[in-house]
Write a protein that binds this ligand. Structure first.
Ligand code: SAM
Length: 237
């Protein structure tokens, strides 16, 4: 048996010697490229291919059950864009993808004391940008079934009129709005539907992990923490 002494992937807090052949799949490359592009907000320094690959798996699982797609915490739409492209979402007239974000960073009053002590407010050096909403709107102009909902969660949750949800992506970098979103959408989530937590296993996001561990335990479940830093919950039948 021969094995390369170089990791197949070494980025975004993850190094692995295991199979990463998806990285050279042109279909994946095209979808990821669309996810990464938002005009001047394009972030060339980021390599979150493994996270995107996990999100595509979650999206495909979600397509097996009825319901809309929801993402809370969209920013430039890397994950949502990759999914929209990969799944040909524009042609899925029976589904809507709802994209919720302030498009102007974290409402800092929602940080708890622990999160503030860790310094999560510093994310706003990246996320505060007046152009984000316009550029994300332009990015998804060819997707008539993608609905962009600007404003702060939880205040905007009621604007999502989906009766059923199949895919719920939560990526707002702090516990309060994330637990509010999970609590709001859980009853609408179809059995077999997927909740993808982007921050769950990242060390600075320990408060979100603790909160989601409690959320899952209250429902007799356990979050699957991934080496990408993500977490996954599947609604049982
Ligand atoms: C890590 S980024 C999301 C990245 C995104 N999932 C992607 O694939 O590119 C976090 C986003 O959460 C948003 N956010 C944080 N708190 C929020 C809240 N309470 N309501 C709405 N959006 C919020 C920020 O504006 C920021 O754009």
């Amino acid at each position: 048996m021969t094995e390369s002494n170089q990791p197949q992937y070494n980025a975004d807090g993850l190094a692995t010697f295991h199979n990463c052949e998806f990285l050279s799949d042109p279909r994946f490359q095209n979808a990821y490229r669309f996810g990464m592009q938002v005009g001047t907000l394009r972030r060339l320094d980021l390599h979150i291919e493994w996270r995107a690959w996990i999100a595509l798996w979650a999206a495909e699982q979600a397509l097996l059950v009825p319901g809309d797609f929801v993402e809370c915490g969209v920013h430039t739409g890397i994950l949502s864009g990759t999914i929209a492209h990969w799944t040909g979402f524009a042609k899925r007239a029976d589904r809507t993808m709802w994209l919720l974000d302030t498009f102007d960073g974290l409402p800092e009053e929602q940080l708890n004391d622990g999160e503030r002590a860790i310094g999560l407010q510093a994310y706003n050096n990246d996320y505060r940008n007046q152009d984000t909403l316009a550029q994300v709107t332009a990015k998804f102009r060819d997707y008539p079934n993608i609905r962009i909902v600007p404003g702060a969660v939880p205040g905007t949750l009621a604007q999502v009129t989906a009766e059923r949800v199949a895919y719920l992506s939560i990526d707002m970098n702090m516990a309060l709005p994330e637990i509010a979103a999970a609590t709001h959408f859980w009853p609408k989530l179809s059995p077999g539907g997927v909740v993808l937590l982007d921050d769950y296993n990242w060390m600075p996001h320990i408060h979100q992990k603790r909160a989601f561990d409690a959320f899952a335990a209250e429902r007799g479940l356990r979050v699957l923490g991934l080496p990408t830093g993500q977490g996954i919950l599947i609604k049982p039948p």
